[in-house]
Design a protein around this ligand. Structure first.
Ligand SMILES: Cc1cc2nc3c(=O)[nH]c(=O)nc-3n(C[C@H](O)[C@H](O)[C@H](O)COP(=O)(O)OP(=O)(O)OC[C@H]3O[C@@H](n4cnc5c(N)ncnc54)[C@H](O)[C@@H]3O)c2cc1C
Length: 389
């Protein structure tokens, strides 16, 4: 039961790494405690898997060391994964912001990764719990629910904490700590934001409403759709900004991105027109009413002073809110934090303190923006590691 390489986690990064190592003639075993491989891929992108993005840049990633992602991303660009997808005859489409989705479902990407692993001679064991990992003279010894195994190189690709119902676990982080590596505390990322009373009730009344807005927090801004929920706010723009938000911090929402709000309101005032008519150009009646209940203003704009109009325009373009919390790991797409990237090589992903031990994918303290960037990180880090293990 000795292997050259054992990979823990049959997700995006683990399967990519396994095939690469297998093609190099390595004897590879992949172990996963879940009954099916790559469960997160199956539900990703609303079941269509946003598998990469045409505009991948290091700036699309959050990591304490912003240079860490550069090498792997450069060596395995999105075009290389697209070439693989095309070689497997998988149809895909490009959506806004360079996002690529399958046309026939995320299962096609899983089938492709499993086929590649099969072709590369990789052995896969699912439903296998790992109870013990020890370094030994040959490399590593593992005790599992399916027997004991040993290997020369051990790759940890057990992902992050988001979506525990799909068997996400902190196993990789714990293993890193077992070998003396620093771990940066995790928190949910790409996650809806939740408010407490009275905002919660205010949003609940408007649940289902969608608006294009710009949201900023800690100097980062995103412009996309915001969706109002029963608990607060969600939608792509909220998921993006949630990666930068911390409890206690405000977010600033521009409800009219790209619109010269003050100039338009002044024009309406000069023409003796009403505020509700101005809102009616952009918003539904329901939202206008709810907004005006919360923030009443002179309806006939001619009655408003210039200063009051300025302040009102400021509120519409810089609406400051304090979310109470995030919707948590149950609703998050990723986890922020993870194994400190200072502990591993950005070229090989091998731990400096423990030769032969590697960490790839989301288990590392690398989090991508929404839009296919997290999978591209899994492919790129898995590919780089697969070349060296
Ligand atoms: C709802 C949702 C939608 C998403 N949509 C997208 C999208 O469209 N585009 C995008 O780029 N990203 C998306 N993501 C994020 C993306 O799925 C992850 O970033 C990516 O899967 C990380 O790859 P990974 O291989 O590091 O981890 P994973 O794919 O999570 O794989 C980890 C594997 O390790 C196994 N494992 C965990 N703990 C143990 C243990 N103790 N023992 C054995 N095995 C273990 C798990 O069962 C799993 O198979 C989405 C995530 C979610 C939750």
């Amino acid at each position: 039961m000795h292997y050259d390489v054992i990979i823990l986690g049959a997700g995006a990064a683990g399967l990519m790494c396994a095939a690469q190592a297998g093609y190099r003639g390595r004897k590879v075993l992949v172990l996963d405690h879940a009954p099916k491989a790559a469960a997160k891929i199956r539900i990703s992108g609303g079941g269509k898997c946003n598998f990469t993005n045409l505009n991948v840049k290091p700036e699309n990633y959050i990591c304490a060391n912003p240079h860490f992602v550069k090498s792997a991303l450069a060596r395995y660009p999105a075009l290389q994964f697209i070439e693989l997808v095309e070689r497997h005859g998988i149809d895909y489409e490009q959506r806004a912001h360079g996002q690529l989705f399958t046309l026939d479902g995320a299962g096609k990407i899983i089938a492709m990764l499993r086929t590649e692993a099969d072709w590369a001679g990789v052995e896969l064991r699912l439903g296998c719990s790992i109870t013990q990992v020890q370094a030994n003279a040959q490399g590593f010894g593992l005790v599992t629910s399916q027997g004991t195994f040993s290997c020369h190189s051990l790759v940890v690709a057990t992902g992050g904490l988001a979506y525990p119902k799909l068997k996400a676990s902190d196993f990789g982080m714990q293993l890193a700590q077992q070998f003396g590596l620093n771990v940066i505390t995790s928190q949910p990322g790409l996650v809806p934001l939740v408010f407490k009373y009275p905002w919660k009730d205010w949003f609940a009344e408007l649940a289902g409403l969608s608006l294009e807005v710009e949201i900023c927090c800690q100097g980062q801004c995103f412009r996309e759709a915001m969706l109002v929920t029963h608990q607060g706010i969600s939608g792509p723009v909220v998921l993006q900004i949630s990666n930068y938000w911390q409890p206690g911090l405000p977010i600033s929402i521009n409800l009219f991105p790209g619109v010269e709000v003050l100039a338009q309101l002044q024009q309406f005032k000069a023409n003796n027109q009403t505020l509700s008519k101005w809102f009616g150009q952009y918003w539904t009646k329901r939202f206008t009413q709810a907004w005006l209940q919360k923030y009443p203003f002179e309806n006939l704009l001619a009655n408003a002073s210039d200063k009051a109009l300025e302040d009102y325009a400021e509120r519409l373009t810089n609406w400051t809110l304090y979310p109470e919390t995030s919707a948590g790991y149950d609703k998050a797409e990723v986890s922020l934090g993870g194994v400190d990237t200072d502990e591993v090589s950005s070229k090989t992903f091998e731990a400096y303190k423990q030769p032969g031990l590697y960490f790839i994918g989301e288990v590392l303290e690398v989090t991508g923006h929404l839009g296919g960037y997290n999978f591209q990180w899994a492919w790129a880090s898995g590919h780089a590691c697969g070349q060296v293990v």
